[in-house]
Design a protein around this ligand. Structure first.
Ligand code: GDP
Ligand code: MG
Length: 259
């Protein structure tokens, strides 16, 4: 495997669509790429998976076996993924020169909050693992939505402690001036705070200023990469950011150390 990209994010932001488009972009550019579907609960996926967890885990079987509703079954299913790791690894061993993209469960907490997930990432991707957080452009176009998603991104980083790209998907839905405003928020916390105060006039600013400023100061956070999985916009930027890490540009041993 050349690299392992685990794609996480809130429901409906376009994780699965991004997986499909990024694989297409890689193969169109003469690279070998494969998708592993790690979402046992997905009913429809917009790609042909190379490895699919649904071959071994079925939500409806879990519901009847454990007498659970769909939500409880999704939680049990996420924890059962770990039991199939050796099978998946055996199949991954055949994908020597491949970039492998892992699609994760629809609801972000099913992946981010389960302790089994970081074991899954470590055993399947090892040192070549990184994550892509997929945020939604429409949510990001309002300051409080932008901040909420950045905090979710931080929760993914906290849990996995791996290099994590911040991808803003569905940028095709926004007007150019909206995209420009969001990129100004990404560049400068002062710009973001000015807009936030306009949205929420009675807000105490210090907390948000300090939280958002810490992203910049720590250097841990990746700059936002605007993407459209619908029209392939931004895929090359995702590849460049991924390559930078894989080629040692972002050294995984030092990136998260406080030195
Ligand atoms: N306009 C637009 N829609 C998108 C894009 N990516 C995904 N979608 C749509 O968003 C919805 C949710 O996508 P899906 O990939 O299933 O999201 P997931 O739950 O995060 O895996 C679907 O209707 C997709 O067609 C995009 O870049 N642009
Ligand atoms: Mg999905």
């Amino acid at each position: 495997m050349k690299g392992a990209l685990f794609v996480a994010g809130p429901a409906g932001t376009g994780k699965s669509t991004f997986c499909a488009s990024f694989k297409d972009w890689l193969t169109t550019n003469n690279m070998d790429a494969a998708i592993v579907n790690l979402d046992p609960g997905s009913e429809f996926i917009p790609y042909e998976s190379d490895i699919d967890i649904r071959e071994w885990i079925s939500i409806s079987d879990i519901m009847s076996e454990f007498n659970l509703g769909p939500n409880g079954a999704q939680i049990v299913a996420s924890d059962l993924i770990i039991e199939n790791v050796d099978r998946i690894k055996a199949l991954l061993d055949e994908l020597t020169d491949y970039y492998v993209i892992f699609d994760t469960p629809g609801q972000i907490e099913l992946f981010t909050l389960r302790s089994s997930s970081s074991m899954i990432v470590d055993s399947l991707g090892g040192k070549k693992s990184m994550l892509a957080f997929i945020g939604d452009s429409i949510i990001s176009s309002i300051p409080s939505g932008y901040i909420s998603q950045k905090l979710m991104y931080a929760s993914v980083m906290t849990r996995f402690f791996k290099p994590t790209l911040y991808i803003m998907n569905k940028s095709d839905i926004l007007q150019d001036d909206q995209l420009e405003t969001i990129s100004q928020w990404d560049e400068s916390v002062d710009n973001l705070m000015d807009s936030l105060m306009e949205e929420k006039v009675d807000l105490r600013k210090d907390f948000f200023y300090n939280v958002m400023n810490s992203f910049d100061e720590s250097g841990l956070s990746s700059k936002m990469i605007p993407v459209s999985s619908k029209n392939m916009f931004g895929m090359e930027d995702v590849y460049s950011a991924m390559s930078l890490f894989l080629s040692g540009g972002e050294d995984e041993d030092t990136m998260y150390k406080d030195d």
